[in-house]
Design a protein around this ligand. Structure first.
Ligand code: NDP
Length: 331
């Protein structure tokens, strides 16, 4: 059983030497436990935050302890009547080939209805983040102009598509390459998109949203947030979902232009998906229908092999993914 450990706390952008892949015995389940062979695992930006030794909404990863994260696998041994051998289950012990858990900590998922990886993306935590963030936190209404940053990623790509399906007048996205910009407009149905690496973010937003922005779904923080503030309409709403441009910058500076919140009567609200679990059933039902109808496209970028999980994680932090980054452990 190969398992990834945190070997050192990253200083700035993580280095491969901060991680250590160890080989261990495959454990045996005791009463009430299940043994799961992981098929796919998630790498998420929030994992970078847990590598710092700081108090937050989840405990930091411990030095010299295994990493954790979302995974879907197949039950290979069960000592609990509620979970059967052969079931596909979603759980929180990724970063390893075999996971030993209490049966109460796994959720059986239907891999006939959607591939296992979908439960880590469009039908999982990132999908619910997009849904609750856009509809409940930012309270997007039909005919509004929506701007989403990180738009070609797991959360952002779903935000833009939900905005379109819920009747936004204009959906604008930003991403970090020309090919992602083309993907947003040609494949995902965004009305407009720009590459934030081209600079002049203020000018790009002015050109693409001449009548201003009503809702900004912020995945990145930093300069794009500062410039979106300039383009916001009166009474606009900003959902602060993430700040990935700051995660690897320990001495990140504050946000400029915040006084625009006053003159424009803006609402800016941070949120965590874990507070929106009550929306899961409504979300699953609507999203599953959109997927069946071909109205939402959920692309994934796969990296194969447990030994390449760190490469996949670092790649995701640098933008190697289009849609959800998934580590595939067996196919
Ligand atoms: P993504 O799939 O979007 O992957 C991360 C992306 O971030 C990369 O593909 C890259 O795309 C982009 N990126 C990297 N560096 C920068 C930078 N300096 N400036 C702008 N973009 C950058 O990840 P997720 O969809 O899983 O997460 C998106 C955001 O949502 C993150 O900030 C994450 O922390 C947050 N989040 C928050 C949750 C909550 O409960 N509040 C829950 C889930 C996610 P590119 O090529 O475009 O640069």
């Amino acid at each position: 059983n190969r398992v990834w450990y945190l070997a050192a706390r990253p200083d700035g952008f993580p280095a491969p030497s901060d991680f250590d892949l160890r080989t261990e015995e495959v454990p045996e389940p005791a009463a009430g436990q299940v043994l799961v062979r992981n098929d796919v695992m998630s790498v998420d930006p929030a994992m970078r935050g847990r590598m710092n030794d700081v108090k937050s909404y989840v405990a930091p990863f411990q030095l010299g302890a295994p990493l954790e994260g979302g995974a879907v696998g197949t039950v290979v041994a069960s000592q609990d009547p509620s979970v059967k051998v052969g079931d596909s289950v979603l759980h929180g012990l990724g970063w390893r080939e075999y996971a030993l858990l209490p049966a109460a900590h796994v959720r059986v998922v239907d891999t006939a209805a959607a591939p296992a990886s979908a439960y880590l993306g469009v039908l999982g935590m990132p999908g619910l983040t997009a849904y609750a963030g856009l509809l409940d936190v930012a309270r997007m209404k039909p005919e509004e102009t929506v701007f989403v940053s990180g738009a070609a990623g797991a959360v952002g790509s779903i935000v833009g598509q939900i905005a379109r399906l819920r009747g936004a007048r204009l959906v604008i996205g930003s991403a970090g390459s020309a090919s992602k910009v083309e993907y947003l407009t040609k494949e995902l149905g965004f009305d407009a998109a720009f590459n934030y690496r081209d600079g002049d973010i203020r000018g790009q937003l002015k050109r693409l949203a001449p009548d201003g922005i009503d809702v900004y779904f912020d995945n990145v923080g930093g300069e794009q947030l500062e410039e979106a503030l300039f383009r916001m309409n009166l009474h606009g709403r900003i959902a602060i979902c993430g700040a990935i441009s700051q995660y690897n910058t320990p001495d990140a500076k504050g946000i400029r232009n915040l006084s625009l919140l006053i003159s424009k009567r803006l609402t800016m609200q941070g949120f965590l998906v874990l507070d929106h679990w009550s929306r899961k059933d409504a979300f699953m039902e609507e999203m599953a229908q959109w997927l069946r109808d071909g109205k939402v496209r959920a692309d994934e970028t796969f990296v194969d092999g447990i030994e390449n999980a760190v490469d996949g994680f670092l790649g995701m932090l640098k933008g190697a993914n289009t849609g959800k980054m998934i580590i595939r452990l067996s196919s």
